[in-house]
Design a protein around this ligand. Structure first.
Ligand SMILES: [Fe+2]
Length: 156
């Protein structure tokens, strides 16, 4: 989040995790991208149906990084919020040499709309569904009042 004098609105979260093969090997040097709506439910980098909502221009809406030797990545962003028809989520894409581009979404445990979200519940396998729902925990060690989430992305 650079280039803006004001911070984005919303609860700061730090999302960390690793990109792994299906048998648990770390994938280094891969690109991880995230995108999500701002605190008002507006996307900045994809066409948004919510033009009536005021955009938070201080929210970047998109992030990109490269996984480390141990497959680790880290993003500082805001806690995702719901928008009409969707429970809170962050979009993720992973791509790199020798891996097929993977698109997924990260969800937050305990969100009341999780049970009714069509995209989340289209994941029929309960274990696979649980794997994309993460708990937010205090992350004061990283940043006062911030929350942290751990989201490992497993290919295949
Ligand atoms: Fe979305």
């Amino acid at each position: 989040m650079t280039g803006r004098p004001q911070p984005a609105q919303g609860q700061i979260i730090h999302v960390t995790g690793r990109l792994l093969t299906s048998d648990g090997r770390p994938i280094s040097g891969a690109h991880i991208e995230i995108w999500q709506c701002d605190v008002n439910g507006r996307y900045h980098h994809v066409d948004s149906s919510l033009r009536s909502q005021r955009a938070d221009d201080n929210f970047q809406g998109y992030g990109r990084t490269i996984t480390a030797n141990d497959g680790a990545y880290r993003f500082r962003t805001i806690r995702p919020v719901p928008y009409p028809g969707r429970t809170p989520h962050i979009h993720f894409a992973a791509a790199g040499a020798g891996i097929e581009r993977l698109i997924t979404q990260m969800y937050v445990a305990g969100e009341p709309m999780n049970d009714r979200d069509g995209v989340l519940n289209a994941i029929r396998d309960p274990r696979a569904r649980q794997a994309v729902i993460v708990a937010l925990e205090p992350a004061d060690g990283l940043e006062p009042r911030a929350l942290g989430a751990r989201f490992d992305i497993v290919l295949g």
